[in-house]
Design a protein around this ligand. Structure first.
Ligand SMILES: Cc1ncc(COP(=O)(O)O)c(C=O)c1O
Length: 340
């Protein structure tokens, strides 16, 4: 398929070029606000791509930039799944968008449930896999459990799964594990997803990344919207890349708070279990998740009720906040009457 060739693809004047740009039907007077946004995004995209590629020791051709990693998930499905014929595999409980986007593409969504201790079940995956299985979505650390996948399991999937293995590393920075990006060259069937939304603290700019073999990255670029990453996002991403020390400091604070909270929560009577987490959230099991959820809400605290998710009966997912927010949460849980 020949992709749409935008004006900025055909002629990128660059930031400093003194050209008269009459090719893209923009407003040459500049618009109502003084924000330097009258032009479609141009060379900034390449700059961000290059900076990210260099920081990951990859070539720019191995990097896709998306409107959040959600866009990469959507485009992978649209590129690889033939509607009504192909299937994809998820491992519940996991991030909900894999199934939602797959259903929009009319993929048959097959579930290979995790074990009750949230370890992966490779037999279950291979049992539901066939030649029409195009994508396997792995999430490590997993949302909502916080568990990381063992290396041996990921390797087994990369060897045995007939389609593309997508490894979503949205929370990787909070884990003790390295990224699978370093092994991309070994596995042309591997796609790694990462995002600026979590450790980077930039969920509002909507910037996600897919890392994969250049052949697959080219396909994603062919089918994305021409200007899928806007100029403000690209500008802010470059600023963030110049401030990586802050990311490291905040990540360490979050991990420290996670460990403090895991300990504190497990000492509370209401809490039956705190699952080990390598992400920036904790999944806890309580006696009455719906009741505790409502109680917290009345106290001005919003957590995620996962009670209806597979294997997550009576579970709440709690994002690690600032220390004072976490303290407020602990106090509020403590004030929840047991066995009401
Ligand atoms: C596992 C996982 N992947 C992807 C995303 C979406 O990330 P983005 O904000 O980059 O679209 C989330 C968001 O919660 C997530 O939990």
């Amino acid at each position: 398929m020949a992709p749409y060739s935008s004006a900025r693809d055909e002629f990128d004047a660059g930031d400093s070029a003194q050209k008269i740009m009459l090719d893209a039907n923009e407003n040459s007077f500049g618009g109502p606000i003084d924000a330097n946004l009258a032009r479609y995004p141009g060379s900034l995209r390449k700059q961000v791509l290059q900076r990210i590629a260099t920081s990951k020791s990859l070539n720019p051709g191995q990097v896709f930039l998306g409107n959040g990693s959600d866009e990469a998930i959507d485009l992978l499905l649209r590129a690889l799944v033939q509607p009504g014929r192909d299937n994809i595999i998820i491992m519940p409980p996991t991030y909900g968008m894999y199934a939602v986007q797959a259903q929009i593409q009319q993929a048959d969504v097959r579930s290979a449930w995790q074990n009750p201790d949230f370890s992966p079940n490779s037999e279950a995956v291979l049992r539901v896999t066939d030649q029409q299985s195009k994508l396997l979505f792995l999430c490590s650390p997993n949302n909502p459990t916080g568990a990381c996948l063992p290396e041996s399991f990921v390797l087994e999937m990369l060897e045995k799964f007939p389609g593309i293995v997508v490894l979503d590393e949205a929370y990787q920075e909070f884990s003790g594990k390295g990224s699978w990006i370093s092994r991309l060259n070994e596995f042309p069937n591997l796609v790694v997803l990462q995002t600026f939304s979590k450790a980077w603290g930039l969920a509002g700019i909507r910037l996600g990344m897919a890392f994969a073999h250049p052949f697959l990255i080219q396909i994603l670029n062919n089918i994305r919207y021409p200007y899928n990453i806007n100029t403000s996002t690209l500008t802010l991403a470059l600023q963030a890349l110049d401030n990586q020390d802050n990311v490291l400091t905040q990540k360490q604070l979050i991990i420290q708070e996670r460990e403090r909270m895991a300990l504190a929560l497990s000492s509370l009577k209401v809490v039956e279990q705190v699952y080990p987490s390598e992400a920036n959230f904790l999944l806890i099991k309580v006696q009455d998740a719906d009741g505790l959820y409502r109680h917290l809400l009345q106290n001005g605290l919003v957590v995620r009720n996962r009670n209806k998710e597979p294997l997550c009966q009576n579970c709440l997912r709690i994002t690690i906040g600032r220390p004072e927010e976490n303290d407020q949460l602990l106090n509020s849980i403590q004030s929840f009457p047991i066995n009401r």
